[in-house]
Write a protein that binds this ligand. Sequence first.
Ligand SMILES: Nc1ncnc2c1ncn2[C@@H]1O[C@H](COP(=O)(O)OP(=O)(O)O)[C@@H](O)[C@H]1O
Ligand SMILES: [Mg+2]
Length: 460
Amino acid sequence: MSARAKLLRTSTFRLAALYLILFALSVGALLGYVYWNTTVLLERQTDETIRAEVQALADQYRLRGLRGIIDTIQRRSTDESGSVYLLADAAGQRIAGNLTSLPPMPQAEASWIEFPLEVDKGSARERHVARAFHTDLAGGFDLVVGRDVEALRQFGNIIRRTIYYALAIALVLGLGGGLLMSRNFLRRVDAITEASRTIMAGNMSGRMPVQGSSDELDRLALALNEMLDQIESLMAGMKEVSSNVAHDLKTPLTRIKARVEAALRSGSEADYRAALESTVDDSDRLLETFNALLSIARAEAGQSRSGLAAVDASTIIADVVELYEPMAEEEGGSLTSETQAGLSVMGDRQLLSQALTNLLDNAIKYGAREGETPQITVTGKIDGDRVVITVADHGDGIPPEDRTRVTERFVRLDSSRTKPGNGLGLSLVSGVMKLHKGALLLEDNNPGLAARLVLPLHRG
Ligand SMILES: Nc1ncnc2c1ncn2[C@@H]1O[C@H](COP(=O)(O)OP(=O)(O)O)[C@@H](O)[C@H]1O
Ligand SMILES: [Mg+2]
């Protein structure tokens, strides 16, 4: 498409053209109305007065005869009203009036005529137009009564010319303005198109040009840039996750391979057995990791949001605490819980149990300092329009600067590497919170960690 065709096809230009047409129509209608009201009506009025005068003169003639009509004409001819009169005899000779001779006229009994008129304007003579009515009187006389309509005609001309100029100016300004606006618009759209092409070509750090005028194009560009930021960070996250996954799966697979090879080399049945058994264990752990990754992905994609139902969080807390109490006691510690009534949330029971399980698992693993036993409390409370479930321990806690990082996949703090785990527990918890439109807060328990699940309260 040529540049000009593109310009004419922009919505701005079409809008400008439409407005131009509307504007021209209304200006035309307005001026047309003024024109009609002034010139046409004035001319009609003139015609009516002429007709009335002809009627009056004819009456004079009928009532008072030739003398009467001559008197009246002579009286009226002298004033400077711009009226023209002529009474001529059958031979066309002037009897009375301010016209010197009969103007050319059709051979009708009565008719409207227009003819040029020489007017004395002091030093110069001007040619004006006169409009008159001509009628035959009894006795072969010709009567012509008219007006100098030069001023009227000139006035009409001025108005007509004004209409043409106004329309022409509106057209030029409208078209020019429309083209200018469209060109500006088109230039910016082209810039955005160009930017998106380079981004598609692989320059993910490219962004849409923003003018700073916060008009609709700027807002569009800003929204697109926000989207690009999001895509970029998601892609970076993906890259990191896949390299983490690759790294985390490589270690156990290498271990399995080494063990199986060693067993094959030794050839003893006992070694075979031992290698197979530990392979089963390692595969279990690999499967666990995969399942956790899949659950996180599903929770983050918000896939099961439609499956959410009203659940009582206190029953979830009771169930999970019952399961973990023996484990805490086995470590010589304690696990106590305290829940308020009416902890209703819209949720997925299975996923919420899993999230709480992951927090308790961490509390048992990391919730005690060297030489101490885990003292864990679980509380469920309503706070305004939210339900807050807290798992608190008295371990080393998580340093503030690491609190966002630990919710990422595979992130484990160095101090925790001696304990079993894959670093996916808190990722799943925050994925589940995202699905529930809630949040996972990690806070200081002085000492220890207070992990809070904050969920919207469901009022059913
Ligand atoms: N209650 C806690 N006290 C101290 N550190 C914790 C606690 N919970 C989690 N962490 C830290 O956060 C990291 C990530 O936790 P998580 O995702 O559950 O992985 P994992 O339990 O497999 O190590 C842990 O490795 C640990 O360093
Ligand atoms: Mg964990």
